[in-house]
Structures are given as C-alpha cells and as structure tokens.
Design a protein around this ligand. Structure first.
Ligand code: SF4
Length: 469
C-alpha cells in the first residue's frame, strides 16, 4: 500500500495502540529549554522518576536570555533562576546542554537542525509550539505542553491522537521579492488559522521543491499558525546535502546508508491524502499581516478589508482586529508607519534571512523614528554572519546587532514593545500583547520586508524598494 511519510514514521515509532484510540509513540529526540522544562523536572522528581533516555534529550536556552548583555548572573533575577534550574537539571540527569558558553546556543528550532540533531524519519518533541519547524527535514515534530514534557522525560513516549494529512502543493516559481514567509502567510490566509485542526500538513510542489532548507523551515515553522499539529516536507537531495557533515549526523559510509533510508521515507506516489490543496506559487506577492492573527493579511499592494463586505459571522473578528491595530478599512497597508523593526525568531533568523535583510539596507540608514534590531537565531548564525560582514552592514545602517535568542518574538526578556508601538516583525505571531506590551502592535512579514520598512519608516514593497529587492 502506498503510504505517506507521516504513516511510515508513525508506524516505525508506534509502541502500542492505547484503549482510548491514541497511539503511544516513541520520541526519537526530545528538545528542552528553560521555560517549559523546570516544572516538568519538578513533577518528575515529585513522582520519584528519572530521565529515561538522557542521550535522546538535548537542551539549550533561548526564550529568557538577554540579547544585549549576556553576562551571568543576568540582571533579570527570574531569567537567571530559570537558566540556573535548567543547568542543574541537565547536570543531574546527564543531559547535554548547549548553553551560552558553548558556541552552539540559540533558539531551539534553529539549533537542532544546524547541529544535525534533527534528521528525517525522526519523531521529535519539544515544549514549544513551533516545534513543527523540524518537519522541514521529513521528521514528525510535535510541540507539547509541560506535563507532556514530564512524560517524555520519564518514558520517552507521547500519547498522540491519530492525524489526517492535508497535502498542500505550491506550484510554479516564486516571483522576485517573494519569500517562503509570503508563501506560508498565503497558505494560512487561504485556509484559515483553524483549518489544520487534526491534520499534519505535507508541503510539496515545485515552489517547495526549489526551496532551501532554511526556507522549508520557515514554511513548517508556521504550520501551527494554520492550526496544524505538524507540518513536513518530504526529504530529498536538498535535505541530504544540508545534513552532510553536520555534527550529529552519521559520518562516512554510515551517512550514505542513512541518506538512502531517509529518501525512502518520502510519501509514495499514489499515497492517499485526507485533503488536497493547490496553490499557484507564481501568483503570491509580498504579504503583510494587518490584524491580530497570522491569517489576517494582505498583499503589500492591497488595501485593508471592509468588514461589511464579508459574511456576517466573519465581521466581528475583522472589526476587532482593525480597532486594536488602529488601522482603517479600505486603506492601503503600504505606508503604515512603524516604530520598531525586528529581524529575528525561529521563523526567520537564519543566515539566509539575514543576508536578504542586509541586502535591503546596505548603504542605507534606518529611519530616525525607528528602533531596529537584528537578533540571529543562534550563535552559529551570528558567527557566520559576522564572517560575511553582515553585522557591519546592519550596524552601519543603524540597526542594533544582538546575541542569539528569542528576543522580541515573545518578549520574555528585556526586548519588548512599549505602549502602542507598531513593529514590523519577521516572527510568527501577531497576537495582542505578543511582543511584550498589551497594546503593542505587530505586522508580520519577510525579513527583507522588515529591513525595507526599517529604512523607509513605513511598510513598503520590496519589489520596488531597490537594492535588487
Ligand atoms: S523565537 Fe518565538 S516562536 Fe520561536 S521558540 Fe522563541 S518565542 Fe517561540
């Protein structure tokens, strides 16, 4: 029977079917960080448990780390306590940790792939919503809650509901100035933020096939914003080329044997799907969110929607979003003034993202009214960017160049919006209060669009901005 990748990976990791219809799945890799793990370790200890597979558990620190002054102890006492707890727990359990002094610290969803911890065919769990990122490699990766983190620490297993698969094929070639971020925002806008409930999204088609691993990670990262439990791309030559030589992948002949197996996991021709969606990738344009969920977006050359033009049940959400954002129906999104520009997060803070952002600002200056920062996704990304001189491009333009971490994506650190500030952000969520101020406002877009907005002081179209956008 032809199978999907999901089915193959699921079957390979199924321990048993549970009486309630769930499957007990073995977890190949458990990624932990400082926010959702301390309580899980406490619960584990309270039950007298120990970590069953410390060698399958990896830790890093991302959410709470300051990105400006990373000297210990941190000025923020709570952040210092959380990191210290993670360090204690990892030491006690024999878990490898990529901390600030490791040279490999960073956002967990950036670090896992770049170290080669993330591999095709794995089941991966992490106490963070955007674990779906790792699906870019053909892994089944699930964000889990704190009590599930405890369960995985104790048993290396998860109880999972069965999943349906929606195949999303993005055909054609993307136009100049259109990025993976625009594609995933398009998918979420078309299908809605709840359409993925009960599904894994399988992304394919020419536009996805042509994407780099960085771009595929951007796509899979935001699967959760479309409501999907997971997202994945079938492994191919691009996947194998990315992984070859990375620190934690097999080396030499073993790598070739692993690669053969990885490629065999791709969904078979003739596999059946629970749903099929086709999107013309060549028609996607640079996209900007205007509202308070990632599905509320328009192309940069479009105008904001009129609630009264929509079906009755859809109107209140649009009215609420426009009121919160202080934007008016019918106005163009281009020209919306911004106060802050943030290039960062597990969605768009990899080297290729920084290169595109730097290309927009080279030889230009950030608008005097804008506070702009670039926060690399990991220390490795930061080092690589500095070797290429990207940091100097940003500094010359008036950006702040920071240490690796989640920074302003979630603002569990000192990087946050103030009051009603509007932020052009390369992150993944524009919920009310997401960036630290209850009244702060977020416009999601690609890193190139963020950089262009930083210079212009307002939302602009990268396709006409110059610098080869
Ligand atoms: S960058 Fe944002 S979305 Fe990603 S792990 Fe950090 S807080 Fe979560």
């Amino acid at each position: 029977m032809p199978s999907t990748l999901l089915q193959k990976v699921w079957d390979a990791h199924a321990v048993r079917k549970l009486p309630n219809g769930q499957t007990q799945l073995f977890v190949g890799l458990h990624l932990i960080h400082e926010v959702t793990s301390p309580q899980a370790f406490d619960m584990l200890r309270a039950r007298g448990g120990t970590v069953m597979f410390p060698e399958r558990t990896m830790a890093t620190v991302d959410h709470i780390v300051p990105t400006k002054d990373q000297r210990r102890p941190f000025l923020d006492v709570m952040a210092e306590d959380m990191l210290a707890a993670l360090e204690r727990n990892c030491r006690a359990a024999g878990i490898r940790m990529f901390d600030l002094g490791s040279g490999a610290q960073g956002i967990v969803h950036v670090v896992g792939p770049e170290l080669g911890l993330t591999q095709p065919g794995m089941t991966i769990a992490c106490g963070d919503s955007h674990t779906s990122t790792h699906g870019a490699f053909g892994a089944m990766a699930f964000g889990i809650g704190t009590s599930q983190v405890r369960d995985v620490l104790a048993s290396q297993c998860l109880a999972m509901d069965p999943l349906k698969v929606r195949r999303i094929r993005v055909s054609g070639r993307l136009a100049r100035g259109v990025y993976a971020k625009d594609v995933i925002l398009e998918i979420i806008r078309r299908l809605g933020v709840h359409a993925g409930a009960g599904y894994a999204y399988e992304y394919g088609g020419e536009a996805i096939d042509r994407m780099s691993m960085d771009e595929r990670m951007t796509i899979c990262n935001m699967s959760i914003e479309g409501g999907a439990r997971a997202g994945y791309v079938n492994p191919d030559d691009t996947t194998v080329a990315y992984l070859r030589g990375r620190r934690f992948v097999p080396q030499g002949d073993e790598f070739d044997r692993a690669a053969e197996w990885w490629l065999s996991l791709a969904s078979d021709p003739g596999a059946t799907y629970d749903d099929d969606v086709e999107i013309d990738g060549s028609g996607v344009r640079p996209t900007v969110t205007w509202g308070i969920n990632p599905g509320q977006s328009v192309y940069v050359d479009e105008r904001l929607p009129h609630a009264e033009a929509l079906p009755g049940p859809d109107r209140p959400a649009v009215e609420e979003a426009l009121a919160f954002m202080g934007l008016r129906a019918g106005e163009p999104i281009a020209g919306t003034r911004i106060d802050v520009a943030f290039v960062g997060s597990c969605t768009n803070a990899r080297l290729s993202d920084l290169r595109e952002a730097a290309r927009m600002v080279r030889g230009r200056r950030v608008a005097g009214t804008v506070r702009a920062l670039v926060v690399p996704g990991s220390q490795a990304v930061r080092d690589a960017a500095e070797r290429e001189g990207l940091h100097q491009v940003f500094l010359d333009a008036g950006f702040e160049w920071r240490g690796a971490g989640c920074s302003m994506c979630l603002a569990m650190n000192q990087d946050r919006l103030e009051g009603r500030e509007i932020c052009a952000s390369s992150s993944n969520r524009n919920f009310k209060g997401r960036q630290g101020s209850p009244t702060g406002r977020t416009l999601l877009m690609s890193p190139a669009m963020v950089a262009a907005a930083a210079v212009a002081g307002e939302v602009v179209d990268v396709r006409t901005f110059g610098n080869g956008g």
